[in-house]
Design a protein around this ligand. Structure first.
Ligand code: NAP
Length: 372
């Protein structure tokens, strides 16, 4: 008999609504939480009486939405966070009010959430990307793409062991295949939005501002010289992996792996990948392609690289340009070593904590080997 799973999803934006609709259509019982000061999408859906979906998901769905975190915590021991990483601390403040020792939290995407969360929780998992590529307008969800594969890892704290039942539940409920990684750092390095988004935004800043984003960000904006800059950033990302004993794929190959595609390079992907090539640019630079991906991905990559003795100047240059263009102080406010609680950790301790390790987990639905 099929087990009826429950999931609470914290974050009622396109990624949260798409995941909720996908899980519910698969037989999982879902409660969606929207923070009371971030009700934009939830209010539209409430007014419409249901969620309207188009694109890869078609039709109307009724979803239960709450603004009461206590209700979300009581509803399920699996809590999936689908707020941008810039919103994770706000929801952590709410979560902290409740006992969570029996709960598993999965942060989509993590961006090293588990290192900053400071929560007394059963376990925390992080993914690199959202299972769905989607946008939302006036309560209407457009699903542009669905990944075939998402990278995931738990935070391994000391020798603590996470029960195989948790892995099994996560494997069963997730709408994509999961690639189990050696650590949350490997997962964070697989969030290739850090390679794509900031450079596409910054190298097209004039065009974004003069057209209010009236062009295709990937198909028009990711041209060969933009791709060259991405390759330079990507090389640093791959070198961080090498220092940790990981053989990371290029950003294009990770995207190919997640979407089940086979593009040869950045420009090929930008022109020809259906989930990407019809995406309009945002109307201005005040967008999470910068405000999330620069402080929470590039700053952490840059600091980790420098701690490991790697020349991170291409990444440092992108962060500096983003700071000059926006006036923000991303090195200070982003996920730097102090905020990741890695400031006093030596290079050797970093390698010991996040270097590649191989462990196996056997699930009851067959033998499955997970790299943990
Ligand atoms: N959508 C995609 O195709 C896609 C693809 C890959 C990865 N992702 C990642 O998945 C995550 C969620 O994506 P999304 O498109 O659903 O994002 P989103 O619409 O920007 O945010 C999701 C929800 O979180 C809320 N939120 C934002 N800041 C918050 C805060 N400080 N405290 C509490 N709630 C807050 C938003 O409210 P407001 O509407 O009021 O801001 C929204 O309801 C992001 O990290 C994104 O980078 C998304």
């Amino acid at each position: 008999m099929r087990v009826q799973h429950t999931v609470s999803i914290v974050g009622a934006g396109p990624a949260g609504f798409a995941l909720a609709a996908g899980l519910q259509s698969n037989g999982t019982s879902v409660l969606l939480y929207s923070h009371p000061t971030h009700l934009r999408h939830a209010n539209h859906v409430r007014r419409n009486g249901h969620l309207r979906a188009s694109g890869l998901m078609e039709g109307s769905t009724n979803l239960r939405v709450t603004t009461d975190m206590g209700e979300a915590v009581a509803f399920s021991q699996i809590i999936i966070l689908t707020v941008p990483s810039t919103g994770q601390e706000t929801v952590v403040q709410e979560l902290r009010k409740f006992p969570l020792q029996q709960h598993a939290i999965i942060a989509i995407p993590g961006n090293l959430f588990s290192l900053i969360a400071d929560l007394d929780v059963g376990c925390i998992f992080e993914t690199n990307l959202s299972p769905y590529s989607c946008r939302m307008e006036e309560g209407g969800l457009t699903v542009l793409g669905k990944k075939e594969l998402v990278f995931i890892a738990p935070l391994q704290a000391g020798d603590s062991v996470i029960s195989p039942a948790i892995y099994e539940t996560i494997t069963n409920i997730f709408p994509t295949q999961l690639k189990w990684c050696s650590s949350v750092v490997e997962v964070c390095l697989a969030n290739v939005n850090g390679v794509f988004h900031p450079l596409m935004m910054l190298m097209n800043a004039g065009r974004i501002e003069s057209t209010s984003g009236d062009f295709y960000l990937y198909a028009d904006g990711l041209t060969p010289s933009v791709a060259n800059a991405m390759v330079a950033v990507d090389r640093v990302r791959i070198k961080i992996g090498e220092a940790l004993g990981l053989r990371l794929k290029t950003a294009v190959d990770i995207s190919n792996e997640c979407y089940g595609q086979g593009f040869g390079d950045f420009v090929d992907l930008a022109r020809n990948s259906p989930p990407h090539n019809k995406l309009k640019a945002p109307a201005d630079l005040d967008n999470r392609n910068i405000s999330e991906d620069v402080p929470d991905l590039l700053v952490s990559w840059c600091c980790l690289a420098e701690k490991l003795g790697i020349d991170a100047s291409p990444i440092r240059a992108v962060i500096t340009l983003a700071e000059m263009a926006t006036g923000a102080n991303y090195f200070e406010e982003g996920r730097n070593l102090r905020r990741l609680r890695l400031e006093d950790v030596t290079r050797e301790e970093l390698l010991e904590r996040f270097g590649a390790v191989q462990r196996n987990v056997v699930l009851s639905n067959g033998v499955e080997t997970c790299r943990l």
